[in-house]
Design a protein around this ligand. Structure first.
Ligand code: PLP
Length: 428
């Protein structure tokens, strides 16, 4: 049978024959009027259930004061209650002086950080970033909303390949050494979106120590998936703030994270960590923007998540729900696409995504063919700046939200589409 044959080695007749068989199956799905959505990395209802108890933790009967006596119902405490600072600084491996607790969204904190820099510059910078055209390095494939922020602020994006251990540092180093309009780089250092890779120690060290022509260069370190492991042997990630300090560039990094995929994406807690000098500068600006964030939510989170040991147990419950979904996708890829030389994918140890690469020039056709059969995937190209994948091959798979049954059907349809579009490519 043709089941595991390398498609590139099949002759025209074999390809046509195989196309007929697969197309018949695809037609079968067309008639089912499916409506499956795998487009965004959202926790499932079952995962949200894991944290619902948190909503009962803070009630009228409870003491609603933080441990320093601040009334969480009232104004104030611009950068977070002490117990929240302690919890999140432990999570990120920074000191309590190196963290600001924000609202519910780390993306919001990233947007605000760039917005402030555009208007007022960053600590130690000579001018505001908005004064002249600036650029950001965007390791790709990457997170579409990072790129959207750059587009919003008219920041030119420079694509750099993401390797299995982080950005292609030879290119990054050459770029930042030569051009002082390059002010930043986006990094999702752990279980990256969408590749699922974790930066190696060497990459972290090179980012921390590289020479940058812009003295006000910043690494936007979006550690969204820092505790989101799928196995008992988590990927290690070197501490970037420590590495930056050791390299004499303590102010180079802004770290971000949140509990969006620990508790609730709509009602979590987000944080920004950085050097004390950076934070002193930022705190003054934030205090113009707000009289203080939602401290009740901080209190709830700390009382619910308690400490790192408890957080680990909580994340194991998430993993127990989502690991079978990742396994299902990976097993289906292997059984339907394995050995055919038409698609390539990675096996992440954590995070929320599986990145699938088709043959060059096939991703858009696959995504629209799947959509026609009622399976909505993330737009092809979304993982690249301006929505344009230069090789039109990357498709981001978000397996967490659908049920196992829905996922199975959706991946079957996807695999059929990959095969059909690939055969078409060979037949041209
Ligand atoms: N950063 C990355 C890499 C993400 O994948 C996501 C959500 O998918 C976010 C940030 C959003 O974070 P938040 O919900 O804290 O705004």
């Amino acid at each position: 049978m043709l089941n595991h044959k390398d498609y590139s080695k099949l002759d025209t007749n074999e390809l046509k024959e195989h196309y007929e068989v697969l197309n018949e199956k695809y037609d079968g799905y067309l008639s089912q009027n499916l409506s499956l959505d795998m487009s965004r990395g959202k926790p499932s209802a079952e995962q949200l259930e894991l944290s619902k108890e948190m909503l009962n933790i803070v009630s009228t009967h409870d003491d609603l004061h933080a441990e320093d006596g601040s009334d969480c119902l009232n104004y104030g405490v611009i950068d977070g209650i002490p117990e929240a600072k302690r919890f999140f600084s432990n999570m990120l491996g920074v000191s309590t002086k190196e963290i600001i607790i924000g609202g519910n969204s780390s993306l919001n904190m990233m947007f605000d950080a760039i917005s402030r820099a555009m208007l007022q510059g960053v600590y130690g910078g000579a001018a505001n970033w908005g004064k002249a055209p600036i650029k950001f390095i965007c390791p790709t494939p990457g997170y579409d909303r990072h790129f959207a922020i750059c587009e919003f602020f008219n920041i030119e994006m420079i694509l750099v390949d993401l390797t299995h251990e982080g950005p292609d540092m030879d290119t990054v180093e050459d770029l930042v050494r030569a051009d002082d309009s390059i002010k930043g780089i986006w990094c999702v250092p752990k279980y990256s979106n969408p590749e699922g890779i974790t930066y190696s120690d060497q990459i972290v060290d090179r980012l921390a120590s590289m020479d940058t022509k812009a003295k006000d260069f910043r690494i936007f370190w979006d550690d969204a998936y820092t505790v989101h492991h799928l196995t008992n042997t988590p990927d290690p990630l070197k501490n970037i703030l420590t590495a930056c300090k050791e390299a004499g560039h303590a102010d180079r990094v802004f770290m971000f994270s949140s509990t969006s995929k620990i508790t609730f994406p709509g009602a979590g807690v987000a944080v920004l960590a950085a050097s004390e000098d950076n934070l002193n500068f930022i705190r003054k600006q934030i205090s113009i923007q707000t009289i203080g964030p939602d401290k009740i939510n901080q209190l709830r989170h700390v009382r619910f998540l308690r400490d790192l040991d408890h957080l680990k147990l909580h994340m194991e419950k998430h993993a127990a729900i989502i690991k079978p979904k990742f396994d299902l996708v990976l097993n289906k890829f292997e059984s339907e696409l394995g050995g055919k030389n038409i698609a390539f994918w990675n096996k992440p140890n954590g995070g929320y995504f599986i990145s699938l690469n088709t043959l060059d020039g096939c991703a858009q056709a696959v995504v629209s063919m799947a959509a026609k059969a009622g399976v909505k995937l993330t737009n092809a190209g979304a993982t690249f700046p301006y929505g344009q994948d230069p090789r039109d091959r990357n498709i981001r798979i978000a397996p967490t939200y659908p049920s196992l049954t829905e996922l199975e059907t959706a991946i079957e349809v996807l695999c059929l589409c990959v095969q059909l579009v690939s055969i078409n490519k060979f037949l041209i």
